[in-house]
Design a protein around this ligand. Structure first.
Ligand code: HEM
Length: 146
């Protein structure tokens, strides 16, 4: 029962996190680049930045708990089984995600201008890419996709 609740929460927050990034990157970013106007991105992202932070925190908490169910923490960095390999990938991608997200919010979004629009775009694309990879690695626990 606990695992079912964890998966539901994990998938709902993944939908929120990945969905918001995909809409920003595929829907708003091309327009902002065309008009060279970062404010379009800032205004759009400000609508759900709290929701994004809640989703990412929930993702981490539920993911951590599920990972403990797949393997005890002492086995997370083992090299002889697929579950440990997926957990290591998840942790590495999560670290990249958090660093990129925090750096972007503090150093790019707050000072968004035409001059750093390209940097803003690179961060968004990187975040979207890592979040899709996190989903593929997550699905691999059951489906062995990678
Ligand atoms: C933004 C961050 C994350 C995203 C977008 C994400 C996304 C996903 C998705 C889409 C699934 C597939 C759900 C399923 O097949 O049932 C999944 C499964 C999983 N995730 Fe994550 N995840 C994230 C972070 C984490 C973290 C930090 C961990 C912990 C190391 C983690 C551990 C797991 C585990 C163990 C599963 C397998 C659940 C199962 O099928 O039993 N995830 N994740």
């Amino acid at each position: 029962m606990e695992l079912k609740v964890l998966i539901i929460l994990h998938v709902l927050s993944a939908a929120t996190w990945i969905g918001s990034l995909l809409i920003t990157t595929l829907g708003v970013l091309p327009k902002a680049m065309k008009q060279r106007n970062p404010q379009l991105l800032v205004d759009f992202e400000n609508n759900f930045k709290i929701l994004q932070m809640i989703a990412l925190t929930l993702q981490f908490l539920t993911g951590f708990r599920m990972a403990m169910k797949y393997a005890p923490i002492s086995q997370w960095f083992a090299t002889d089984n697929a579950h440990s390999y997926y957990i290591q990938l998840k942790l590495m991608l999560l670290l990249i995600t958090i660093l990129t997200y925090v750096f972007n919010r503090i150093f790019v979004v707050k000072k968004a201008s035409e001059a750093n629009l390209n940097q803003y775009a690179i961060h968004l694309i990187l975040l979207t890419f890592t979040s899709v990879l996190l989903a593929i690695v997550g699905l691999s626990f059951r489906l062995n996709i990678i």
